[in-house]
Design a protein around this ligand. Structure first.
Ligand code: NAD
Ligand code: LMR
Length: 338
């Protein structure tokens, strides 16, 4: 099945799981009518571990639900209108959030903060009220700030469990494997790259020295590859020329992450991939959210792996990442406490 193949791309060593799926796994998509939401809804409709798909948006979700609902897989689908958020969330085990505005050329992800911060906060408040035990997958940008916003919002409501909150950085991992494969001439499944840090510009840190093929990329080739991974989103924004940012590759990446989480929730062991979570790794430097390899388990985050051995150049990338990430995280937290 698609998503299993996709996950092997990220973690070739992950074992396939043979037990049966849980009887009911309701997955809600908030922002299902959008550029990411629509193809994501399609991909989740063909994901066998999803038994119920709940599609919510302030516009267009019932249409998307009617459309993907005709696909001949076993899951049921329902679309919800703007005033039906609570119904959409009722009983959800996993909530994926791509709601919010995308970039246009010339904008940074941080430029989206003013619009998206309140959208994400309001949705998190609803999750806290209706589905406090759900696992939350945040796609809306700026991820470096929206994840802390969700954490603070859930904390205020007294329901924050850091094991169940994830910033989806999978697209950086997908891009890194793809871009490296273009240099090495290998299939991308052979060129996985761990990407750590956050999800914007210098906060995206690919650890090419830890990759079989990546470690042989040096000098100017290395600098160019790192830059392409850090600014891959800009390539798409420029090519779409005002019509938005990555949607299709993002829907794919979100499906890879959702599939990994669902397998771990169902009991599969050894599911490891990078994700932006509440993390102790750089807490002493004031950075308490960070993406590194995380083992997922039945409760969500099971183990956070340190970044491991890095090259001198990568150490410099980390040093450039941390102050920017700290600023982004603090901005998110300040928004909720204001
Ligand atoms: P889009 O404008 O096409 O779709 C966004 C959808 O959100 C729209 O359908 C809109 O109606 C809906 N929406 C707005 N407010 C809402 C609310 N309060 N409740 C529910 N739905 C609401 O945008 P898109 O291209 O799908 O991108 C969505 C977000 O994802 C952007 O912030 C973008 O920057 C981000 N993004 C993140 C990554 C990543 O790697 N994490 C990758 C690509 C895009
Ligand atoms: C991406 O990496 O493609 C997304 O974060 C969208 C963007 O604004 O670039």
């Amino acid at each position: 099945m698609f998503a299993r193949t996709a996950l092997r791309t990220l973690r070739p060593q992950a074992r396939l799981f043979s037990s049966s799926a849980p009887a009911r796994t309701k997955v809600a998509v908030l922002g299902a009518g959008g550029g990411i939401g629509q193809p994501l809804s399609l991909l989740l409709k063909v994901e066998p571990l999803v038994t119920q798909l709940s599609l919510y948006d302030i516009r267009g979700a019932p249409g998307v639900a009617a459309d993907v609902g005709h696909i001949d897989t076993a899951s049921t689908v329902r679309g919800y209108t703007a005033d039906q958020l609570d119904q959409a969330l009722d009983g959800a085990k996993v909530v994926v959030i791509p709601a919010g505005v995308p970039r246009k050329p010339g904008m940074t992800r941080d430029d989206l903060f003013n619009t998206n911060a309140s959208i994400v906060r309001d949705l998190a408040q609803a999750v806290a009220r209706v589905a406090p035990e759900a696992h939350l997958l945040i796609i809306s940008n700026p991820v470096n700030s929206t994840v802390p916003i969700v954490a603070e919002t859930l904390s205020k409501a007294g329901v924050f469990d850091p094991r169940r909150l994830f910033g989806v950085t999978t697209l950086d991992v997908v891009r890194a494997a793809r871009f490296l494969s273009e240099i090495s001439g290998q299939d991308p499944t052979a060129t996985p790259v761990t990407v750590v840090g956050g999800h914007s510009g210098v906060t995206i840190v690919p650890l090419l020295s830890q990759s079989n093929f990546g470690k042989s990329v040096t000098g100017e080739g290395w600098s160019k590859l790192v830059h392409r991974i850090q600014y891959g989103g800009d390539e798409v924004v420029a090519a779409k020329d005002g019509a938005g940012s990555a949607t299709l590759s993002m829907a794919y990446a979100a499906t890879v992450f959702t599939n990994a989480l669902l397998r771990a929730l169902a009991g599969e062991e050894g599911v490891v991939l990078p994700t932006f979570v509440k993390s102790p790794l750089y807490e002493s430097e004031g950075v308490d959210f960070f993406s590194s390899n995380v083992e997922l388990g039945p409760e969500g985050v099971k183990k956070i792996f340190p970044i491991g051995q890095v090259s001198e150049e990568e150490q410099k990338l980390i040093e450039a990442c941390l102050p920017e990430l700290k600023k982004n995280i603090e901005k998110g937290k300040a928004f909720v406490s204001a």
